[in-house]
Design a protein around this ligand. Structure first.
Ligand code: KG4
Ligand code: ZN
Length: 337
């Protein structure tokens, strides 16, 4: 069984091909990071235009590497939401065209849930599990049940954690995306340099806007007074606090729900300190921690194909996008989580 996974929700045009729910034959990613870098963040209109420009070539390369043709594709999984509307529309319209032309069913995939399924690519995950979803747009603690239902336990009340990394990086002038740079700087700085306030929110909720503001204000004041500071010390203090909060809350959620495993998902799951601190907290508390390989942390088509596979396995044909208008698939972009 061959599933083609299409991802265009933000700044990566990606197509992954999954065989028999187990083997990733290819995971082609055309990243636009270098294009958006000069703007300090993703510019939606530019992202959509680049998806249009790249998607056919990405498909051709993916088919070539997987050594298959479109005739071998049984299902098309495509991100339907959440994401930038124009960017999503490129992937969805492309999927619809392929599906209509080739009579292949479409499995609509929720981008955030797909980040969780990215864990299945290299590991065996058992449900129920607690999932800590940390990306540029989301920060949630979710309980995934045996029936693959997603129950939101808590989430951010303002900024997402990845977005906060990117904004802190912007004020420090260290480039976009901020996560990987701050992650590296952490090891060169003094994490006790800056006291960052603990947000006062519900047990499983997050708030990052106060943290962001305290870092930005500190940096701006230093600049105004012409006082010197090291970017590494700010990066280290910021990362230490953020990771401490993420780890504490997800372990607490697992304990409260009596669940023995936590999976990490989303772009920020690539963070080295988050991975190591969560593993050591897991070891202390008898909780198994799983996270995806780096390639499957940030946006990619392989995780979309894997999520499509599990949707098909749990829901059968019911999960196909309904057909309307002479056989063209119809996809609603409303979403939950
Ligand atoms: O999941 P993703 O690729 O896109 C969204 O769906 O949002 O996540 C992108 C986010 C960016 O904010 C980026 O700064 C962050 O993931 N990120 C990291 C790291 N690598 C990427 N954050 C912290 N540490 C990292 N190593
Ligand atoms: Zn993502």
């Amino acid at each position: 069984m061959i599933i083609l996974g299409i991802e265009t929700s933000c700044d990566e045009t990606s197509i992954g091909i999954l065989k028999d729910g187990k083997e990733i034959l290819t995971n082609k990613i055309s990243s636009q990071i270098d294009i958006h870098k000069e703007f300090g963040g993703v510019v939606p209109e530019i992202a959509s235009r680049h998806h249009i420009k790249n998607i056919v070539a990405v498909l051709e390369e993916a088919l070539e590497e997987a050594k298959i043709t479109l005739d071998d594709v049984d299902y098309i999984a495509v991100t339907y939401a959440p994401g930038l509307i124009g960017a999503l529309l490129v992937g969805i319209s492309f999927a619809k065209g392929l599906a209509y032309g080739r009579k292949i069913p479409i499995i609509p995939v929720h981008h955030i849930k797909a980040h969780i399924y990215g864990n299945f690519i290299e590991s065996e995950i058992t449900f129920p599990t607690i999932a800590l979803i940390v990306s540029g747009g989301h920060t949630n603690i979710v309980l995934v049940t045996e029936k693959h239902e997603f129950i939101n336990i808590g989430g951010t009340l303002d900024d997402a954690v990845g977005e906060t990394y990117d904004k802190v990086a912007r004020v420090l002038g260290i480039g976009y995306p901020g996560g990987p740079v701050i992650d590296k700087m952490y090891y060169q700085g003094d994490s006790s340099y800056l006291k960052i306030p603990e947000p006062k929110v519900g047990e499983f909720d997050f708030s990052f806007s106060g943290i962001k503001t305290s870092v930005i204000n500190f940096v701006n004041q230093k600049k105004m007074k012409n006082e010197s500071f090291k970017n590494e010390d700010i990066a280290a203090s910021f990362q230490k606090k953020v990771v401490e909060i993420l780890v504490k809350k997800s372990i607490k959620a697992a304990q409260e729900k009596n669940i023995k495993n936590i999976v990490l998902a989303g772009g920020v799951a690539a963070n080295s300190l988050l991975r190591s601190e969560l593993v050591s907290a897991g070891n202390k508390n008898g909780i198994t921690i799983t996270y995806p390989k780096f390639e499957y942390c940030t946006d990619n088509g392989a995780m979309i194909a894997m999520a499509g596979y599990h949707k098909l396995m749990t829901r059968g044909k019911e999960c196909f996008a309904p057909l309307e208008l002479n056989g063209v698939a119809s996809l609603s972009m409303e979403y939950d989580i």
